[in-house]
Design a protein. Structure first.
Ligand code: CTP
Length: 223
């Protein structure tokens, strides 16, 4: 890691993985996020000397070394862990947070009854962690999010940047297929004034690039 990325004394929050939203004691709503990208980002910040709080949903990959990991299940728990980890110099929201949760969680396992051929679940919106951090009084100086888009990638990413009050949105063009669990990624770094195509990178290279970008933005803000 180049000297310019020396982040000793800086605290960085990273969210990673999916969230899991219970329906009843044995069932949940989730998604296929592997946590690979978020965990690689946490490891890269640690390698650059930062103190890292990684807030991870349920994943099958190991905790990165040298990182403080808070394990959570739901979006609400992820939000509370992120708020509890403040203050931070930077936050990178890489988690694939479930947008919806069950309006009520059944206390007992939901049983099917003879003749039932439909089930209606009522879902309500989950809190948006990136948006909450972006509008918090303790907003980290540098705030980074992700976006998955199939079309109008830069326009949609910039819309998210503005709505969530982030400094950088890393847009994944998912038009060509799935990225969850994949080793490679193709990011376009969208800020208020620029859209920089980083090309195809593996997730470790992408993480190092993100650390460099965040370190650069920190220097602009602090020095
Ligand atoms: N995010 C979050 N909390 C949520 C939802 C999203 O922190 N409840 C963060 C993600 O970690 C990511 C960014 O916000 O950094 C993604 O924003 P979102 O609007 O969910 O983008 P998409 O997943 O691309 O959603 P959409 O299908 O609405 O385009």
């Amino acid at each position: 890691m180049p000297h310019s990325n020396n982040l000793a004394g800086r605290h960085v929050i990273v969210t990673s993985g999916p969230t899991r939203e219970p329906i009843d004691p044995v069932r949940y709503i989730s998604n296929r996020s592997s946590g690979k990208q978020g965990h690689a980002i946490a490891a890269a910040f640690a390698a650059a000397g930062a103190r890292v709080t990684l807030i991870s949903g349920p994943v099958e990959i190991p905790d990165p070394a040298g990182v403080h990991v808070v394990h959570v299940e739901t979006a609400e728990e992820m939000l509370q862990a992120a708020l509890a980890a403040l203050p931070a110099d930077a936050a990178v929201c890489a988690a694939a947070v479930a947008d919806w949760k069950a309006k009520s969680i059944a206390t007992h396992k939901m049983k099917k009854r003879e003749g039932d051929d439909e089930l209606t679940l009522t879902l309500v919106r989950n809190p948006d962690i990136l948006h909450t951090l972006g509008h918090s009084a303790a907003r980290p100086a540098v705030l980074v999010g992700f976006a998955a888009e199939t079309n109008d990638v830069v326009d949609y990413a910039r819309g998210k940047l503005q709505k969530k009050n982030a400094d950088l949105i890393l847009a994944n063009n998912v038009g060509g297929g799935a990225i969850f669990g994949a080793a490679d990624t193709h990011l376009i770094a969208v800020s208020e004034t620029a859209a920089d195509d980083w090309g195809a990178l593996d997730k470790t290279q992408a993480a190092e690039r993100i650390v460099s970008a965040v370190a650069g933005m920190m220097r602009l803000r602090v020095s």
